[in-house]
Structure formats: C-alpha cells, structure tokens
Design a protein around this ligand. Sequence first.
Ligand code: PLP
Length: 509
Amino acid sequence: MSKSAPSPPSTGPSSGSTPLHFGDVVVDDSKSYGHEDRSEAHQIFRQSAGHKVKHIVLPQTINPDEETVPGIQHPGSTGVIYCSDRAQANGFNYDSSHEWSNLGQGAPEVGPIPDAPPRPVKVEYDYDALEYAPTTGVKKLREAVANLYNVTYRKGKASQYTYENVCIVPGGRAGLSRIAAVIGDVYCSYQIPDYTAYDQMLSAFKRLIPVPTALEPENHYNLDIGQVKKDIHTQGLAVILASNPRNPTGQVIAGQDLKELVEISRESSTTVVLDEFYSWYIYHDRENDIGKSISSAEYVEDVNSDSVVIVDGLTKNWRLPGWRICWVIGPKNLITALSQSGSFLDGGANHPLQLAAIPLLDPQHVQYERVALQKHFKMKRDHVLKRLKAIGLEVKIPPVATFYIWLSLENLPDPINNGLTFFEELLKEKTIVIPGIFFDINPAHRRNLFSSPCHHFVRLSFGPPLEDLDKGIDAITRVLHKAKKEGMRSFGHSYRKSIEGRASLAKHI
Ligand SMILES: Cc1ncc(COP(=O)(O)O)c(C=O)c1O
C-alpha cells in the first residue's frame, strides 16, 4: 500500500501544436461580462426552474413564484440535468449522441480495456432471485465485500470486517441517502468543491444542518486536517462527509493525512463518512505501486467502534454504473440503522445482480481489474493534459486520482473565461463539459454567480474512450482558434433556448 499521495504528472513538452495566446484578442468593450445580468449563458441558467435569484440566502428557502404544483418546492435542476437539458437544446439526442463528445460524463467507459478481464454481459439466476433481497443485501455478497476489504487493507489486524459491517445498497447515491436519513439533529460538514449531489442530498434531510467549508487552490484543494480538528471543537461538527479521492478536483487524502482523519473519528467522537468511489483511480509514479488502491479501511483500528463509514461500489471502480450495486461499510450498529432507512427509501438493491456481483469481488479478479484500469486511465489522463497544455490550457493542479480535470479558464479572454459561457460555446461544437458553478454551494442561491470561486472552472472527464476525448479536445481547440482569429464578437450570445418538457437524457451525462 502506498503511504503517500501520488505526485502530479509532468505534462511534459507539448505534442507539437502552437500554444494560443490571447494578448492580442479583440474584446468587445461595449459589453462588460463582470455580472451575470449581462451574460446570456447566465440568463438561461436563471430561467430554468428552481434557479431564480433568492432574496434570502438560506439554502432551503422557498420561492413562491416557483411553487406551481401545490406543496411542491422545486429543488432546482442538478448540474447533470441542467447540462443534459442544454445539450438537448443544442441537438443532443439518442440518435445523434455518437456525433458528440461528452467530457461531462461522470462515469467511466464501460467496454473492454486492454488487459482487463472480460466484461460481465450475461446474468443467469434461479426463481429465488425473483424475490426481494434483504434491505441490507444478500449475505454472500456482504461477506465477499468484507473479505475484499480485509485482504486488501487489513492483513494482520486483529479487528476484521464481517458481513455485519456491510450493507448492500442500490447505488452510491442511495447509500449516501440512507446515511443522511439516519443522521440526527447535528452539524454535518462537507467541502466545496466536492461531488454535486451532496448539497441537494444533505438539504433534503431536514434534521441535519449542512456546514460547507471551502477548499483552497493555494492548498491544492487538500483538506486541512488541523483545521478540521479546530472546526470540530469550535463548530461542534458531529459528521464529516468527503469524497476521497475527490470529485471534481482529482486530489486525494492519503498516507498520514488519511490516518489522522480516521483518528479524528476515534478521538473526537465524530463520524467520518468517506465516499471512496474512485479508490482505484490512483495514478502512481512507481511501476511497483500499480494496482494499489486507497481506502480509510487501512487505518481503522476497531471496525465496530471507530466511527468511519465507507461508501463504494461497482459504479466507477468496476466500471458498472448500470448495475446499481454498491455498499456502505461501517460499525454494525450503523448497518442495522441503514437497513431501516433502506426499507422506506429504496427497498434494497437488485437481487439477481447482487448474486452476479459475488465473483467480481474475488481479490485476484479485483487485482487484474485494478492494474488494467490504472494503466489505461493514466494513459488517458496524460494524453488529455498534454493536449490541453499544447493549446495553452495548462492544468495547474493536475489530477492525481479520479478521472476528472478541474480546469481553470482564468487566462482566457472574457467571456469564455467563465465556465457557463465556455460550456455554451462548446455545446455549439457538440461537446459537453460541466460548468464549475455546479460544484459550488447551491449555486442558484448566489445573487451573482460571477463571485463564485468555481465560476472560472469547468470539469472535464476523461472517463470516455480515448477517441471521444480527442473529439472533445478538438472542439475546445476550434473554440480557442476562433477566439484568436475572430476576437470575441461571436462569443457570449446566440444560445438556443431549452425545450421544455422533453424526456430527460440525464443518464447520458
Ligand atoms: C464521489 C461520488 N460518489 C458517488 C457517486 C454516485 O454513484 P452512483 O452512480 O452509484 O449513485 C458519484 C458519481 O458521480 C461520485 O462522483
């Protein structure tokens, strides 16, 4: 097990094309884009349901104008749905999706990759599997999960996970919702930027009080463990939630820092919930480390008294997002609570696929998958970073984990230096990225999105196959060339309006 976080990659010399410089670009001074009122991309965002400016800044306030169905408060569209809706307005649909590059994709490619075991495409099962499965999951799968964590992270430790420490859940978000549903009237901390769903999910469960804190680029978006310890005392935090490795920044808490975070749970009576969906997507520098993953399970002392909760599953690491087979690991008492919340929230994971998942948890099988995955995704990461650098978009804080690049646009000319406008311009080129504001604290509630720390960012995913990534970077290159050649006149306007009522294609993004 690697004890330290992998170092960022060198993007090396560029692939030969000339970087674009924008010092001589003609900017239309008649428009200053410093406020969203003057930006067409932002006006479109505000027109979509749930996104009107709120005059009270509390995240859960109701805007009476939007309460068109009695008693229903629109939660505002999530980043995924908003981006999918805007892509559809620009012609993205099931038939045309192959013409598009989806760098917004929050899932890995699901087909074969070099040197990986064959993809599981056939499932056989008996009549028994047509019954409901228990809300905590099939016992044999729970045992297989416990065994995988013991073999991978807990060799030689006295305290070992058993099936009673594992709850199978129908997807990561279902697991997180089951956890959120059993958190009491306490302060629950999470960080910005992090996985977009946390904000809405935590706000949906009204007992807990979500407390967001900002991660700083100066600190490489790392969690400052010393600050967390202080916050526990000064703010009375009872629960800390973080994705690790982190979506969207691609950074990871590892080694001593991860050990200390786990110790916090022991020493401060604080529950640490770690969403470890990208635990295999670690890009090692040393050949010998290839195949090693990172989990807080390595630093837990007693599996039933350390209050560390791990969420993971087949979605990203096994590259099976459509299976909806995931798990939560933690102290026994938590698992029995999750059985209860599962019984009213989701009713449990798909029975046949739980059975089919058991052999996929075999440690030897997992090792083959991990090695193949790390090599393939490292190659894709390095390729994308190199191409971005070649067109003048060098990534200052490159990802050491996950399959996301948190790309700053700050050095581009106004208005393509903000994520929402850059996103709209790329839609015209049949490419999807995710504007950074969706990783901010409930962005619709900001009065001026231009003041968001995530405003100058987009998240690019290198989850899709290499050819799709190239198609997307070609599109970015075209936008930058156009900016350089024609100046800014043709940017920031002429965006297509969204088409209301169309079936959502959210699953594509
Ligand atoms: C950090 C993180 N956790 C959980 C999930 C969701 O997993 P699932 O699709 O299984 O609900 C995602 C998906 O993007 C994620 O990025």
